[in-house]
Ligand binder design. Structure first.
Ligand SMILES: *[C@@H]1O[C@H](CO)[C@@H](O)[C@H](O)[C@H]1NC(C)=O
Ligand SMILES: *[C@@H]1O[C@H](CO)[C@@H](O)[C@H](O)[C@H]1NC(C)=O
Ligand SMILES: *[C@@H]1O[C@H](CO)[C@@H](O)[C@H](O)[C@H]1NC(C)=O
Ligand SMILES: *[C@@H]1O[C@H](CO)[C@@H](O)[C@H](O)[C@H]1NC(C)=O
Ligand SMILES: *[C@@H]1O[C@H](CO)[C@@H](O)[C@H](O)[C@H]1NC(C)=O
Ligand SMILES: *[C@@H]1O[C@H](CO)[C@@H](O)[C@H](O)[C@H]1NC(C)=O
Ligand SMILES: *[C@@H]1O[C@H](CO)[C@@H](O)[C@H](O)[C@H]1NC(C)=O
Length: 300
């Protein structure tokens, strides 16, 4: 027999087998199932008529890479085998083959497979990937900078005290926070850093923490602290009371008063003379009152 013909025959056989297989097994897409921690989980069965079923099997590929057989059931003989470690936790429906598991924990996470062997030798397979979720609660924000000043950086850390598989996002004044040069998010988005904070950054920041079953949020109002708590003296002198001209007049009058006093008492009453008395920076702020400084020259 020529080589080509043999190849063709083999190929035809492979194709035939490949076409046959999907007919035998009806394999459905894996269903994602999210379930609250410590509650009762219901894994759906089918609506098949039990009289057409030869055998039913529930097994699980747990996340810790452990393949476990949970139960097998034969409708014709009504024989049921349930894994000893599941006996107290599972309820199995003999009519629709659903499986109920009580008090699910993280060790129950994995892919659960229901395999139904029909009397006509076909089989149906249903897969459900179970993820156990703790709802998000008590979201809070901690900040790494105690007093945010203009030009400084501030980092806000968001955390839910409870909840798993949480994803975080940030809003400013109810709008999604634009991520730019001065806004940096950590890899998981849980912490937000504002670089070189400006007046325009003032506002309400909201951290939204959510997982598939729940969500929570917390607000943080960013305000800027005054520069140093004391305004610079020159800005006070220029813009505030009494201004440069005011000081000049005050100093002039003091100066001439001192001169007059010295003239009238110059006949050697005292060796100590306040020759040049100057006001230094006047007190500028009500919080921090600095007494004026007198410079005293002693004539020898
Ligand atoms: C699970 O729930 C039961 C009853 O609802 C409760 O008594 C138990 O403390 C819970 N266990 C955990 C680990 O949350
Ligand atoms: C199947 O049977 C169980 C118990 O008999 C029931 O709780 C469940 O709602 C039924 N339906 C499906 C679709 O699993
Ligand atoms: C299941 O099939 C049998 C016969 O094959 C029939 O007598 C019975 O009524 C069916 N049951 C349901 C619930 O459809
Ligand atoms: C029964 O369940 C336990 C706990 O999940 C597991 O370690 C064991 O392998 C199971 N038995 C079978 C036969 O799969
Ligand atoms: C703010 O962060 C930027 C970038 O990480 C850094 O270059 C800068 O030194 C920081 N500024 C302050 C005041 O910490
Ligand atoms: C961000 O930085 C890049 C380069 O450092 C600069 O070209 C761009 O204009 C900056 N964008 C904003 C909004 O400041
Ligand atoms: C972080 O948030 C940005 C939008 O601000 C989003 O595009 C990204 O997917 C998020 N990353 C994670 C890990 O949640």
């Amino acid at each position: 027999m020529p080589r080509e013909t043999l190849h063709e025959m083999l190929l035809a056989l492979l194709l035939y087998l490949a076409c046959l297989l999907p007919e035998v097994t009806m394999h459905q897409k894996t269903k994602e199932v999210y379930w609250h921690f410590n509650t009762t989980l219901l894994l759906m069965g089918t609506n098949l008529n039990a009289s057409s079923v030869f055998n039913v099997e529930w097994c699980a590929q747990l996340n810790r890479n452990k393949e476990v057989s949970i139960l097998t059931y034969s409708p014709s003989s009504k024989n049921i085998y349930i894994n000893e470690s599941y006996k107290k936790r599972v309820v199995f429906s003999h009519t629709n083959f659903s499986l109920t598991i009580h008090c699910v924990t993280f060790s129950d996470e994995g892919v659960y497979t229901l395999t139904i062997q029909l009397l006509d030798k076909q089989q149906q397979i249903y897969k459900s990937r179970v993820t156990v979720i703790i709802p998000v609660s008590n979201v809070h924000i901690t900040r790494q900078t105690s007093a945010p000043h203009q030009g400084k950086n501030i980092t806000l850390n968001c955390l839910g005290t409870e909840g798993n598989a949480i994803s975080y996002s940030w809003q400013k004044c109810n709008q999604p926070l634009p991520i730019g040069n001065r806004t940096i998010l950590s890899k998981d988005n849980a912490s937000l850093t504002l670089i070189n904070i400006q007046q325009s950054d003032i506002g309400n920041y909201r951290c939204v923490a959510q997982n598939v079953l729940s969500s929570g949020h917390k607000d943080f109002i960013l305000q800027l602290c005054a520069e140093t708590g004391v305004s610079p003296w020159w800005s006070y002198g220029i813009y505030g009371y009494p201004g440069y001209l005011g000081y000049a007049i005050v100093i002039f009058y003091i100066f001439s008063w001192v001169k007059r006093t010295r003239k009238s008492s110059s006949k050697g009453q005292s060796d100590t003379i306040y020759e040049n008395t100057t006001f230094e920076t006047p007190p500028t702020n009500s919080c921090k009152r600095v007494p004026p400084v007198y410079i005293k020259y002693v004539k020898k």
